[in-house]
Write a protein that binds this ligand. Structure first.
Ligand SMILES: Nc1nc2c(ncn2[C@@H]2O[C@H](COP(=O)(O)OP(=O)(O)O)[C@@H](O)[C@H]2O)c(=O)[nH]1
Ligand SMILES: [Mg+2]
Length: 641
């Protein structure tokens, strides 16, 4: 509900604290009146009776139902392109999760662009006839609120020394323009409050005040200080300035060279926003010097065509207002602007086009920031994958090149197959090994394979553990060497640089399951009766162990004759034993299958270990397609401008 302020200054006893005057506005036409004459209240609404000022308020009619999309095809195309661009922007904001160089800036850029599209560009394009929003901006104490009150001729916004930092921004408009502002057409993130009492305390909302001294077709927004000590207020000030059709930038003769306002003015110049500058509290004798200098500064910074107004230093009255005559020029200028449809449209189009062009200009840098995210994410993943792939490869090698046939495994195996006799037999007459094997094993299926099994188990487990440790360590190291990697590791288990807590158990299970699978292979191979009989004769466990030994010696080569050494040589016995039972080809197949199965299990085991790293990365997803979408979307916008 918009409060209303009379054009005539209120009598002293009523003051500015007059309660809300209930007013209901007629639905806004598509093309608001261009002349500044005050529109009277709708006749359906009883004229406010001064005696019944505190009567119940009437709900405002809300957003105009007939939102108009600009009729010309070019504008429609631009709106469509900008909506797509908005979508691409919103999705790229999700694709900036990694703290790499330029990420924070890019995130900010996305926020600023989204705000600007929502707060200004899209609503403005869709409703090109909406009143010109003049945002009064500047540093703390520059005199913004005083100027707004003096222009409106009533205390609508709180000036003063008290300076509450959490004060809601105030938007003053003509009563006939109410409908343009009550809805969420512009600055949709700010809920509206109404009422004429200045100094609302909710900084997250915007107070609407209807005043018939403000010409129809133009609204004045008293924004928070651009240099407020409260960050939220500074952000809000920036957001409001980017929602402005026109900036009325207030500065004082003492502070016009301050850096912060010029950062904003520079941004306005970059964006070709329409800006008018108000130089406040100028001592008459310094007027020429200071305005000359300021005009020069504006020219230097690309704002040479901005109107420059000066307000001579004057006493404020008991309501804190400046004398009418000192603000008359600004008031006259604003009124003229409001009354002139083509001047208004020129201001709006200039700021609108400037905003769109600035977005187009700034997008490539944003796109490359999004691209860097994707590259970084790929790099981080690759570092981890490489580390674990190496572990898998190393284990694969060590389980085939004879490495496993050392120590305890070798000792148990030689114990199992016997040493001296067999070796001698192999060395002198390899061809007779088969006979020996038959003689040795036949009828002794209950040989104690248990020890050997345990030795294989613990040997393999130790191998897996060693490589899992190394992989984890390498992965952590590589992540620690990058900013984004360090960021991901902050959410990690402290022990991520080591194999996981459950690794030992998982590795033991993997080995046991592989051993089980090897036995299955052996059992499954004896399909015909003859081999079944032999398998029974030699024992499934014994044959299974022989197969494991063959696997462990796969790439070591099966030596013959004089080359036979202790490690690889003992594998020959396994090979011969299996060949005696299954035949050469079958043994090759069995060994191949057993090897493949071991590799698959090792890979699965390491994948689980690696998943600890990848899940950290997956918690920061980057869409690799985001840069392309952004580029295409901005190109479409560019084509419309
Ligand atoms: N004498 C004098 N005081 C002013 C003038 N403009 C602002 N002030 C005072 O300066 C203080 C800050 O003004 P205010 O309008 O609140 O500044 P804002 O922070 O930019 O909104 C208040 O005490 C005002 O009364 C002026 O032109 N002349
Ligand atoms: Mg103020």
């Amino acid at each position: 509900m918009a409060g209303s302020v009379d054009s005539t200054p209120p009598p002293p006893d009523q003051g500015a604290d007059r309660p809300d005057v209930p007013v209901e506005q007629p639905p806004q036409s598509d093309t608001p009146e261009t002349d500044a004459e005050v529109t009277e209240n709708d006749e359906e609404t009883p004229s406010p009776d001064p005696v019944q000022d505190e009567a119940a308020t009437i709900e405002p009619a809300g957003v105009p139902a007939d939102l108009t999309v600009p009729a010309d095809a070019a504008s429609v195309a631009l709106v469509t392109a900008l909506m797509r661009f908005r979508e691409a922007l919103a999705s790229s904001s999700l694709s900036l999760p990694l703290d790499i160089v330029g990420a924070e800036q890019a995130r900010r850029q996305v926020r600023v662009m989204l705000d600007q599209l929502d707060d200004y560009v899209l609503p403005r394009l869709v409703q090109i006839d909406a009143p010109v929003l003049t945002v009064v901006g500047g540093s703390t104490g520059a005199g913004k609120s005083t100027l707004v009150n003096s222009l409106v001729g009533a205390v609508v916004t709180e000036p003063g020394v008290l300076r509450p930092t959490t004060r809601s921004p105030v938007l003053v408009h003509n009563p006939a323009d109410t409908e343009w502002f009550t809805g969420d057409r512009i600055l949709p993130s700010l809920p509206r409050t109404t009422g004429t009492t200045p100094g609302g305390i909710d900084p997250g909302s915007m107070r609407l005040v209807a005043a018939d001294t403000v010409p129809q077709g133009l609204a004045i927004l008293d924004a928070p200080d651009v240099d407020s000590v409260v960050e939220a207020n500074r952000d809000l000030a920036a957001q409001m300035l980017s929602a402005a059709d026109l900036w009325l930038f207030v500065t004082t003769s003492a502070r016009y060279a301050d850096a912060v306002p010029w950062d904003f003015l520079k941004d306005a110049a970059d964006r070709s926003t329409a800006v008018a500058v108000v130089l406040d509290r100028v001592a008459p004798e310094a007027l020429d010097d200071i305005t000359g200098h300021l005009a020069h500064m504006l020219l230097d910074r690309g704002l040479g065509d901005s109107p420059l107004f000066s307000i001579p230093d004057s006493e404020t009255d008991e309501q804190g207002m400046l004398p009418k005559e000192v603000v008359a020029t600004i008031y006259g200028w604003l009124t003229m602007l409001a009354a002139d449809a083509s001047a208004r449209s020129a201001v709006v189009r200039r700021t609108l086009e400037g905003a769109v062009k600035q977005m187009v200009r700034k997008t490539p840098a944003l796109t490359s920031a999004v691209k860097s995210q994707a590259t970084t994410s790929v790099d981080l993943r690759a570092a981890v994958e490489t580390s674990y792939a190496r572990a898998v490869r190393d284990i694969q090698r060590a389980t085939q090149d004879g490495t496993m046939l050392k120590g305890e495994v070798l000792a148990r195996w030689t114990e199992f197959v016997g040493t001296g006799e067999l070796l001698k037999s192999l060395q002198s007459r390899v061809g007779r090994a088969r006979d020996w094997i038959r003689d040795t094993f036949l009828g002794k299926p209950q040989l104690d394979e248990q020890d050997l099994n345990v030795a294989v188990e613990s040997g393999l487990e130790a191998l897996l553990r060693e490589h899992a440790e190394e992989a984890a360590e390498r992965a952590e190291e590589s992540w620690l060497s990058t900013t984004a990697g360090r960021q991901l590791l902050t959410n990690a288990d402290r022990d991520i640089g080591r194999s996981s807590k459950v690794f030992s158990t998982a590795a033991a299970r993997t080995v046991r399951e592989w051993q089980g699978h090897v036995l299955e292979l052996v059992r499954g191979e004896g399909a015909d009766k003859r081999s079944t009989a032999r398998i029974l004769a030699y024992g499934v466990n014994g044959l299974g162990i022989a197969l494991m030994v063959v696997v462990f010696a796969s790439t070591a080569g099966i030596p013959t004759g004089a080359e036979v050494g202790v490690g690889a040589g003992t594998a020959v016995m396994g090979q011969k034993l299996l060949e005696a039972v299954f035949g050469d080809q079958a043994v090759r197949n069995l060994a191949q299958k057993a090897r493949q199965d071991l590799n698959d299990r090792v890979r699965a085991l390491m994948d689980t270990e690696m998943a600890r790293y990848l899940s950290l990365l997956d918690a920061h997803p980057v869409d690799p397609d985001a840069p392309r979408r952004l580029t295409e979307a901005v190109r479409a916008v560019e084509d419309c401008t």
